[in-house]
Design a protein around this ligand. Structure first.
Ligand code: LMR
Length: 329
């Protein structure tokens, strides 16, 4: 074959293979740490369904729940390295990337998830989605879980004095560390996937979490009492790698953003119901006692945790705290 004929044949082969290559779907790996039967688990599956419907043949979304692919310690790093394209860590897990998001961890800041929702939808809340762009992270939306309850392996759990000296597992958050220190307890940062065993073996005495996490991780089977404190919130920010997101073909980025908005609305509507029904399942199981608290008890927890606000006001900014407070109706 002459050189010219060879070149022509090679170019023809290239022309044939180019459209075929362009049709390979973009694989979007979505890793998270909770079970599928939770608000985040359900929203992630809904996102997959919607994204693949909106972008047929163009994207394939693979969801990895329960720390199967990456756990707490690695998922943000993995996102920045491009090993995964979407994650949704709790808002407590970003403090290495921005101090501002710590606002969500301040104890007794929000009355309920409706208030959290209003704050997230406000200008200040929306600004936070872009607050880590300089670190290579873009927030695509907030996903709800619910309010946190406190659990221990002790019978009595009514007042702050009841947790003095106890060891608590906490998420990797300096605010939460300060919160338990203010109570005279010993906080220990630990990945979510390790909590059940740590509670079971007595490495820690207690933890704080939402009803859906306490149920789906079976924490209620290895704790004696769960006090209904509603003292804080576990919500999520869905984040992606800024470089990857900006490099997507515009139609794919648009389709994924739409799927994200719809999955967010879907999951956020489910979150309250899942937590309420998981609370009931825990009560029905009769393993851990659910301790209701009176107004005075709640006031005592609030007072004991109060010093945390002053400690972090400088890092977070008074403007954010005020905006969050304003969202309580
Ligand atoms: C926890 O670590 O307790 C939670 O943030 C887990 C989760 O993602 O809900």
């Amino acid at each position: 074959m002459s050189a010219r004929a060879f070149l022509a044949a090679a170019m023809a082969a290239l022309a044939l293979s180019a459209p075929a290559a362009a049709q390979q779907p973009i694989v979007v790996k979505f890793s998270h740490v909770v079970a599928e039967n939770t608000p985040k688990g359900q929203a992630a599956l809904k996102f997959k369904e919607l994204a693949e419907k909106k972008l047929p043949g163009k994207v394939q979304v693979q969801v990895f729940p329960s720390s199967q692919l990456f756990g707490d310690a690695k998922e943000l790093e993995a996102l920045l390295l491009g090993d995964v394209q979407l994650i949704a860590p709790s808002l407590s897990k970003f403090d290495r990337y921005t101090k501002k998001i710590q606002v969500f961890d301040l104890p007794f800041l929000f009355d309920d998830i409706a208030a959290v929702d209003r704050f997230q939808a406000s200008a200040k809340g929306q600004e936070l989605l872009g607050s880590m762009k300089n670190r290579g992270l873009v927030g695509l939306g907030y996903w709800h879980n619910g309010m946190k309850q406190l659990s221990t392996n002790r019978e009595k759990l009514m007042r702050p004095d009841d947790v003095k000296g106890l060891k608590f597992r906490i998420q990797a958050s300096d605010v939460l560390e300060a919160q338990f220190r203010a109570l005279g307890a010993n906080p220990q940062k630990m990945a979510f996937s390790e909590v059940y065993q740590a509670l079971q073996t007595g490495v820690v005495d207690g933890q704080e979490n939402t009803w859906s996490n306490i149920f789906s991780q079976k924490f209620f089977e290895v704790q004696k009492t769960i006090a209904e404190t509603n003292h804080g919130v576990i919500d999520y920010m869905v984040v992606t790698n800024a470089k990857w997101w900006d490099g997507l073909p515009p139609d794919v980025r648009k389709g994924l953003a739409e799927a994200m908005a719809e999955a967010t609305a879907y999951g956020n509507q489910l979150a309250d119901d899942i937590n309420a029904s998981d609370r009931k399942k825990i009560a029905d199981a009769g393993k851990a006692k659910i301790q209701k608290l009176g107004k005075d008890d709640v006031a005592a927890w609030r007072k004991a945790m109060e010093p945390v606000w002053k400690k972090f006001e400088g890092e977070i900014g008074r403007d954010l705290i005020d905006a969050a407070l304003k969202s309580n109706s």
